[in-house]
Write a protein of this length. Sequence first.
Length: 185
Amino acid sequence: MNNILEEIAKNDKKVFKNFFDEHYLELVHYANGYLFDKDSSEDIVQEIFIYIWENAETLNITTSLRGYLFAMVRNKCFNYLRSIKITDNYQFLDFKNELITEYVFDTVDEQEKERVYHQTLKVVDALPDKMQQIVKLKFMHNYKYSEIANELGISINTVKTQLKRAKVRIIELVVSILILLQIYH
């Protein structure tokens, strides 16, 4: 594999194209497992290939080149997820623990937990507006049911119903992600 890097360092476009064609789709699929966004996954993988093209002569890879590619994709995905996280100020760790830890979470490693956590954040942000407000008030601001009801001008029963529906949606996604993680391992 280091021969490939040596050839790429010599600006051998044919070797680079073959290298790209051999790994691109698999890496996009892998990135999409973290991001659930094909366009962003493709962008990240393309950035990695550009980086390799531009830095091949200075790269010192001590593992396999394939392993290095997957590690780069994983790390870039985590960095991307951190960069789009608009909820830093809302103490999402409490939210994550409240919603997820009671489920199959003990069976996955820390990186997979972080991946599920970021997907959960995306699900919350995709909930209908009123449901999203209720979830954020409850789990990020620790409001009581009555405080949420007063704040939004709705009944306590509506608050409870919306939280139950949100929890079902979020848990369905988390279970789906955990099943996918088990399939790929």
